[in-house]
Design a protein around this ligand. Sequence first.
Ligand code: AGP
Length: 609
Amino acid sequence: MCGIIGFCGYLDAKEELVKGLAELEYRGYDSAGIACFTESGIEIVKSVGKVAELENKLPPRMESGCGIGHTRWATHGGVSEVNAHPHQCGNVTLIHNGIIENYHELAKALENTGRIPVSRTDTEIAAMLIDSLYNGDAMEALRRAVERLKGAYAFCIMFADQKDVIYCIRKGSPLVCCSSEEGSVVASDMVALLRYSKEYFVLPEYQVAKVTKNTITVMELDGTVVSPVMLSIHWDMSAAQKNGFKHYMLKEIHEQPEAIRRTLAPRLKKGKYLLPDFSEDGIQDELFQDTNRIMITACGTAMHAGMMGRILMERLLRIPVNVEVASEFRYADPILDEKSLVIVVSQSGETADTLAALRLARKRGAKTLAIVNVKGSSIARESDYVLYTHAGPEIAVASTKAYTAQLTAFYLLTFRFAYVAGKLSEGQVSDYMKGLNEVGELMERVLEQKDKMKELSKRLTPAQDLFFIGRSMDYALSCEGSIKLKEITYIHSEAYAAGELKHGTLSLITGGVPVIALATQEDVFAKMISNVKEVRARGAMVILITKEGNTTAIEKDICDEHLILPASDDLFAPFTAAIILQLLAYYTSSYRGLDVDQPRNLAKSVTVE
Ligand code: AGP
C-alpha cells in the first residue's frame, strides 16, 4: 500500500523524505516521488521503480526544509512517472493514500471547468478539486472538498502560496504525526517516525493537521483547535531493522518465541493456578458471560489465525463460532445481536475490508473485540475491546510472528472464556496455560533444525504446483502454509481438507507433485495417513509433518520426507508446525531468487478495497 511521508523542520527535507520513503518501502509500491518547497517554488521529482532510483534522479541542489514524499502502489492508472505522486494542479501539490470512489463524477464536473487531467489517477482529480476550491483559505478549500469526496484518503497537501506549511487530512487511510527537535513529521505508519520520536498521535478522521517547522496544529474542519491523543511506541529502531538477518521475514520467523512470550506476559495471572488475566486489557469476564455466539472476521493470514481460533473455541466453549473473510462479511447480511461477539483480527489494524467489517458488526449491535498488533490503529480505536499482540513491528509482507501471536491471543481468550463459562476448571485452564507457556521453547527447538527445512526447500524450488493437506487444526494451518508459500515463491499452491481430495483435487496429483501433509492431530491421524497413501499412490512427492509421540506407527516408505515436531499437546502443534511451513516458504523463495520481503503485486497493509 502507498507510503506517505511529510517533513517540515531544520534538516535537509529531501534527505529526510528519502529516508522516510525507504522505511516505508515494506508497504509495497512500484513508483515514488517527492515535492519540496525551494527558493524557486515547489520542486517535484518522481520515478518509476525503487526509492533508490528516485534518489538517483534528485538534483544535487534542492535546498529545502519542507516537503512531502510518496511511494505508490498502483490502484487507478498503471505504473508510470505521470501517475506517480506527488500530483500538482495549480496551487495544489498533493500526495494520497486511498481510493477516491467518485472520481469519475468529479472529473466530469472539473472537465466542464476546463480542467483536464494529465494522469490516469484519482489522486490528480482530488488535487484538481481542492485547487478549484482554493482561494487562499486552505481550511475552507478542505472543508468544501471533503463534502464532495467519497472513498478513502490520507492527503498531504502543499499550497504554492503557503511556503513551508503542509496540510493533512484523512478518512479511512492511516496518518500518524510527531513533533521533534528536528521538526514536524507525518507518515503512513509509525515506522517512519521512529527516527524522530517515540511519542506520536494518530490524526483523527476529518480533522486537519497544519504542519510547520515548530508545530503541528490539529483542527476540526470548522477551525476549532483540538488536542490529539498522544501515544507511545514501545519498541526501538532496531526492532524495525534486519539486525544481521538476510531478510526481515527470516528475522521475524526467529522472533516468534519472543513475540509469543511478550504477548503472554501481561496476561499471566500467577497464583495457585496459572490463569489468563485481561485486567490490563480492560476485558471483563462479563464480555464472555453475555456472549452466546462468536463471529471471527479478517483477511489473509489473520483470517487463517481466525480459522484456528474457531476450532479451539468451538471445541472448548461449545457455542457456535464462525469465520468469514472480511471482504465477504462486509457485504453479507450477518445475523448479529447484542449477545454476539465479533472478533476482528488484523496485524496492521488498517486493512480496509476488516475495518469495514468491524463497522458493520458494530452497526448490527454486536460487541467487538480486536486482536491487533499496531497500537492506536484504526481497528483498535474503533473496537469495543482490544487484545494487542506484542509481536513488535512486522516489516516483511509475509506475516509470520503476527500470525503465531494472533494464535496466542485466541488461546488466551478461549481459556479465559472457558473458565468463566465453567467449561474448564481452574486446574484444567492452568494445565493448558502451562502448555501455552512452553510453546516458545518448543518453537526454538524447531528453529534449531532450520537447515533441514533449507535442504528440503531445494526439492520444492522447481515446483509448478504444490498442495497442502490436513484435517481439523492441520487444515487451518495448511491454509496458512499455502498462502505463505504462494505469496513469496509465486508457486501455485492450494490447501485442501485432506478428506476432500478424492472429491476433485486428486485428479491433479501426478508424478512428483509436492504434497505437504500435516498429521499432528491424534484424533484424525489414521485418516490422514490413509490420505497420504492416496496421494503417494499417485506419485506425489510427500513431505509428512507429524508430532513426536503420535502413537500410530508410521509405515516405512509412506513419504519422501518426514519432519517430526517436538512432543506437545495436539492443541499446541500449530505453533511448531507453523515454523516449518514458514521456513519452507522462505527458503524456497530465496532459492528462486525472489524478493522475499516485498513480493510482487503485494502490500503489507491493504488499506484500499
Ligand atoms: C499475509 O502473509 C499477507 N501479507 C496478507 O494475507 C495479510 O495477512 C492480510 O492482508 C491481512 O493483513 P492485516 O493482518 O494487517 O489485516
